[in-house]
Design a protein around this ligand. Structure first.
Ligand code: FE2
Length: 373
């Protein structure tokens, strides 16, 4: 690790509250919603489409704990959504941020140098009004600013409430967004760190170089920016030269440019979450068994059940502040682009950098199976 800044209160120029939702643009929202519901344990809470007066797309809103994701697909060819899906495959279009005042957040972001994507607009129905505007970030990804203070309906105008049929499988227990990771092109990481510092008022909280994160074959660089409260954390990766193609290169190749790579989700019982997800058919990355021998040494003074972690393939890391448990899923779609991480924190505010090497060896094994190493 090259830098760890103390967590200090920074001004919050856009008055950001939290991640409001991640919106995926996908080829088939009906099937994607079923996957996130059945396999990941989300509830489908709202729907918009032709039946609700939306003519050209279908969207499903899914929630679990404080997490909200939206999956949207186009019903027509030649739309912005269908072009996006053809280019990127299923992926995250919008990391929407909830704000107190969308007009003020958007104006301030533009004043600080953001590129506008969609100027302020209002969506209204009998339940009130939602105000939204968005700015462009890396690749074709956007941040919407969403103001909900005058709205009491389900998600947004144009949506109708849906309730999932009762789910007979064990609950997954996902709680909220921990961090969302961007993959950007070589030599663009620092530019995006500057962007988040200048435009959103974020601070750099951690940085890793290719000396920290490298294997025999591939390497990457990573820096983490955070809002002042530490509620919104965006690590940003770029590839570093290695003997072979790194996982970030593979992502950039298959996503056709930068975009969101993984979303880390908090759980307070990672073993129970992994158990429930395994029953539901989700598979996880596995590190070699030798990893757990090292772990026994690194955690010899803590009462951690290493055999239990090994059984489920869960990783552990520690720093001065505490420790964390984490695990990474296999890809959420056919392209090697977007996946999820589960994280159970016990004091540590890190990202598991002690695991990066073991993890990358596991990732490279998967890459090799795809013929992309
Ligand atoms: Fe992560």
């Amino acid at each position: 690790m090259t830098s760890t800044a103390p967590e200090t209160a920074t001004p919050d120029p856009l008055d950001l509250e939290a991640v409001d939702a991640l919106e995926f643009w996908v080829g088939n929202a009906l099937q994607a919603a079923h996957f996130y519901r059945s396999a990941w344990g989300f509830d489908i809470v709202a729907y918009a489409g032709p039946e609700t007066g939306v003519r050209d797309k279908a969207s499903y809103v899914l929630e679990q704990g404080k997490l909200r994701i939206v999956v949207t697909s186009s019903l027509r060819e030649g739309t912005e959504i269908s072009r996006h899906v053809a280019r990127h495959g299923d992926g995250v279009r919008d990391i929407a941020l909830r704000v107190a005042d969308a007009a003020a957040a958007f104006d301030e972001a533009i004043r600080r140098g953001a590129v506008p994507q969609t100027p302020l607009y209002e969506e209204k129905d009998d339940h009130g009004v939602i105000r939204r505007a968005s700015i462009a970030v890396y690749g074709e990804t956007v941040h919407s600013f969403v103001e909900r203070r005058d709205y009491e309906g389900v998600y947004a105008p144009g949506y109708e409430a849906r309730s999932s049929v009762p789910d007979p499988l064990p609950a997954v227990g996902l709680l909220g967004f921990d961090h969302s990771v961007a993959n950007v092109e070589l030599n663009r990481m620092n530019m995006w760190v500057d962007f988040y510092e200048k435009v959103l008022g974020f601070s750099l909280i951690q940085g890793f170089t290719d000396e920290d994160i490298s294997t025999e074959y591939s390497a990457l660089m990573s820096k983490v920016v955070s809002d002042g409260d530490g509620r919104i954390k965006f690590p940003i990766n770029e590839p570093a030269p290695g003997k072979k193609k790194s996982q970030v290169d593979e992502y950039l190749d298959f996503y056709n440019g930068p975009g969101l790579q993984h979303v880390a989700i908090n759980t307070d019982d990672i073993v129970a979450s992994v158990e429930a997800l395994t029953v539901r058919g989700i598979e996880f990355m596995r590190v070699p068994d030798t990893y757990y021998e090292d772990l026994r040494d690194r955690f010899s003074d803590l009462d951690l059940d290493i055999d239990r972690l090994k059984k489920y393939g869960i990783l552990a890391d520690r720093d001065d502040e505490g420790y964390l448990l984490q695990i990474f899923s296999r890809m959420n779609q056919d392209r090697p682009t977007v996946f999820f991480e589960l994280i159970e924190r016990h004091g540590s505010r890190g990202f598991g950098n002690g695991n990066f090497k073991a993890l990358f060896i596991a990732l490279e094994r998967e890459q090799e199976r795809r013929g992309n190493l």
